[in-house]
Each structure stands twice: as structure tokens, then as C-alpha cells.
Design a protein around this ligand. Sequence first.
Ligand SMILES: Nc1ncnc2c1ncn2[C@@H]1O[C@H](COP(=O)(O)OP(=O)(O)OP(=O)(O)O)[C@@H](O)[C@H]1O
Ligand SMILES: [Mg+2]
Length: 246
Amino acid sequence: MKIFATYNIKGGVGKTSTAVNLAYLAAREGQRTLLWDLDPQAAATFLFRVRPRVKGGGHGLVSGKRPIEAAIKATDFDNLDLLPADFSYRNMDLDLDDAKKRTRRLGQLLDGFTDDYDVVFLDCPPSISLMSENVLHAADTLLVPLIPATLSLRTFDQLKTFVADSVKPRPELVAFFSMADRRKRLHRDVIETFDRDGADVAETVIPALSIIEQMAERRAPVPAFAPLSRAALCYEQLWAEVRSAS
Ligand SMILES: Nc1ncnc2c1ncn2[C@@H]1O[C@H](COP(=O)(O)OP(=O)(O)OP(=O)(O)O)[C@@H](O)[C@H]1O
Ligand SMILES: [Mg+2]
């Protein structure tokens, strides 16, 4: 079982869009796939048309009072299950703090799925928190969307430090440019001059495309409702690059 997390300290950079589209693509090629929506905003849960509700909330799952399997919902797609978000996840740090291994609890919970899923995606809220530390421990690969702008690259440096300081073994870090606008000189310059400095940066660039925003109206992954679109092809290319990572 391989665990990917879409993670960035910054918000609104394309984490959820990436998790939803790549999870769909993994499932479409026959891999048993689970997406855990860890964000109380529940965007991924919404996109898969599932109710953002987990009985017993985050507390029930983290404390072990509720079996995590019971919270899993099927999606409209073969091989693709969802562990929905719940508004109580906003307090998950408190629950994790009470756990015996406070930075490894999510990983322990996920260990229970080893025989059930080939690929797991964790869609994370934008933060540096105990939950993110748990995600760093649990994930094999962190997928980090970067908007090609100076401030987002500064945040990426913070993220690299956070990963280097907080976990061993370190998850593999794969950054990629997201919402890139080739017409913007700044975007082009940042992509061309980006100092890779120890991080893997995917060849694939996800452009800013309005069809990706339409996921919210269609409530489906892009390759499901527009399989021949440029956006679908970009996500396929990204998946081809990262699925074999590490
Ligand atoms: N490549 C893209 N082109 C155009 N719009 C995009 C693209 N990627 C994401 N968006 C839109 O930008 C918004 C934020 O995207 P998304 O929810 O994937 O980011 P996020 O990093 O998960 O945000 P948050 O930090 O709030 O969880 C959404 O409205 C989404 O539809
Ligand atoms: Mg999100």
C-alpha cells in the first residue's frame, strides 16, 4: 500500500483538486484506492458527492472508539472509496495530542488498511499542525502543489525545513507547479529559474484552467467528465510521473 499526501502549508494551491483527480486515475487503472479527506472544509468529500459526516467524529477515529472501516463510503467510481471529512476534524490536534504516539497515530490507523487498498491519498488542510506531522510520518510521498510566485516558494522552503526537522524516515517530496499561467511573465520566470535544491520537481505543470474550477459544479474529477480535456491529460501525466516515485 502506497500513501500519497497532497500537502502544503499554503491554502488554495490545488491540493484537493490534485488528490481527487489522481485518486480517480489510480482507481481507473484498477488500483484499490482510498481517499481520506482530512480537511474539515470537506472539499474532496463534496466533490465526491458524499455527506461530510463521520459517526463519532475525529475523536472516535483517533481514540479507536469507532472502527475506522465503518466510516468508509463508496464513491460513484469503481475501486475508489472515501473516508469523509467531518467538521470535528478541526479539533483533531487535540485528539492526536491525547494519543499514545501523538505523531504516529494516523499512520497506525492507516496500517489497518494494508490488505484493503493499493493506494491511499490523504487530502490535508493547509496548516502546520500535529495533524500535518502525523501526515508526514504516514505518507510515503508528499505531493506539493506550488503556485509559481515568490511567496509560495518561500513557503516551500519552510515546508522543506519542517519535513527535515520533524520526521524520519522522511517522506519523498515531489513538488509540482500548479495553476501556472504561461501568459504571466512572473510565472514563466519562476518556473524556469526555480532552484530545485534537494526537492524533486515534477516535469508536469498543471496550468490554470477553468475546467478544473468546474469540478465544483460537476462534483466529479476532471477525467471523469472531460476525459479528453487538456486538464485531464495534465493530471494523467502527473500521475504517470508520481505513481512510480520512490
Ligand atoms: N489548475 C487550476 N486551474 C484553475 N483553477 C484551479 C486549479 N487548481 C485548483 N483550482 C481552483 O482553485 C481553488 C482551490 O483549489 P483546491 O481546492 O484544489 O486547493 P487547496 O490547496 O486544496 O485549497 P485549501 O487549502 O483551501 O484546501 C478551487 O476553486 C479550484 O477549483
Ligand atoms: Mg483542499
